[in-house]
Design a protein around this ligand. Structure first.
Ligand code: SF4
Ligand code: SF4
Length: 343
């Protein structure tokens, strides 16, 4: 059984846009009627869109590959514990999200749009009112349900085979914030110069969703919210607790920065012990991989076999194996190194 990973932070916060000194748009982008499969990928390049759910994958390439897919899936099942920016955008920026989703669906020729969301019963009625034309499918609020493969597993009834991309099954999966960016460009003429993100300092019970200009430094954001940072005691994590990485004060917000967390260092320092062969990491892996075997192979340099490379390609570094390990072995750190061994 996958152990539930839950952080007891406040639930949906208020939405507080950070004032941004954007210049007026230089041009207005095309309306829905002007969108064609040929022109839309160029439009995505023009506005500078990459996967804003954290992947950073060029959006135009994904869309081009998805032409002919029967279903567009709006991915609002954000994975990372405590991050609520996708849910907040869905509830507060429905106009932009729908504009982006309708344009994408038209460009690929999709007949159906599915809105994949976390199973929060209180949000179902507002979402049904905001998105009456889409099929809303609830997913368990459990990390890492929002991974593309796991979304497709639920929608198709089968785990996609290794190496299979969503478009090969007739689906294209787009993150909520990416679709919002498309809608923002179409309606307001803004290219991708801002991003919504979750900003949280759990120890001081600070928790907000906000919109920040891309390129702003971490220092500027913390200052805007009067958040004090003590590097000896605290750690700044960008992109989420499970898959994110440490950031410094002068690091800049990127299009893929889904969140900024200010965490106390002390609880994160755990002493690694020997593997007790309990198998919890195997059981917990959502892709049925064998994390400790992979780690042993990486540590011994045995990374050339086809079986190793197939498993390592599938691993999306979700960190669940590390989180459940009773010996506090940082499996995902070694797996991240293992990715570099792939051809
Ligand atoms: S990091 Fe990789 S091996 Fe570990 S649980 Fe996630 S997918 Fe499985
Ligand atoms: S969960 Fe940790 S202790 Fe258990 S088998 Fe995996 S690596 Fe070893």
């Amino acid at each position: 059984m996958l152990r539930r990973i839950k952080i007891d932070w406040a639930d949906l916060p208020n939405f507080h846009p950070l004032e941004t000194p954007f210049p007026a748009p230089e041009r207005i982008y095309p309306g829905l009627e002007e969108i064609t499969p040929e022109s839309f990928p160029d439009f995505l390049n023009e506005i500078g869109l990459v996967g804003m759910g954290g992947s950073g994958f060029p959006a135009s390439e994904k869309l081009r590959a998805g032409i002919g897919a029967h279903t567009l899936v709006i991915n609002g099942v954000e994975c990372e514990p405590g991050i609520t920016i996708d849910q907040t955008v869905l509830l507060h920026h429905a106009l932009w999200v729908q504009a982006g989703a309708n344009a994408s669906a038209k460009a690929i020729g999709a007949k159906r749009v599915i809105l994949a969301v976390k199973d929060h019963p209180a949000q179902m009625v507002p979402l049904q009112k905001l998105y009456p034309d889409y099929d809303i499918v609830p997913f368990p609020d459990r990390y890492p349900t929002g991974a593309e493969k796991l979304i497709l597993k639920k929608l198709t009834g089968n785990m996609p085979a290794p190496g299979i991309r969503p478009y090969q099954l007739g689906y294209i999966v787009q993150n909520v914030v990416s679709l919002r960016a498309i809608g923002r460009a179409m309606i307001d003429g803004f290219p991708v110069v801002e991003r919504p993100l979750t900003l949280a300092a759990p120890a001081s019970r600070f928790y907000k969703n906000t919109i920040v200009p891309i390129g702003l430094s971490v220092r500027e954001i913390l200052a805007a919210f009067d958040l004090l940072y003590d590097p000896a005691r605290q750690l700044i994590v960008g992109g989420g607790l499970m898959m994110g990485c440490e950031m410094a004060l002068d690091d800049l917000i990127e299009k893929t920065t889904t969140s900024l967390l200010l965490l106390d260092r002390a609880p994160l320092k755990k002493k690694e012990r020997n593997c007790i062969r309990c198998g919890a990491c195997n059981t917990a892996c959502p892709l049925d991989l064998h994390p400790y075997s992979l780690v042993e192979r990486i540590q011994k340099g045995k990374t050339h076999s086809t079986a190793f490379q197939a498993q390592m390609t599938e691993c999306f570094l979700c960190g669940v194996c590390s989180a459940v390990c009773p010996s506090d072995i940082p499996l995902v750190q070694t797996l991240t190194e293992g990715k570099k061994c792939l051809p």
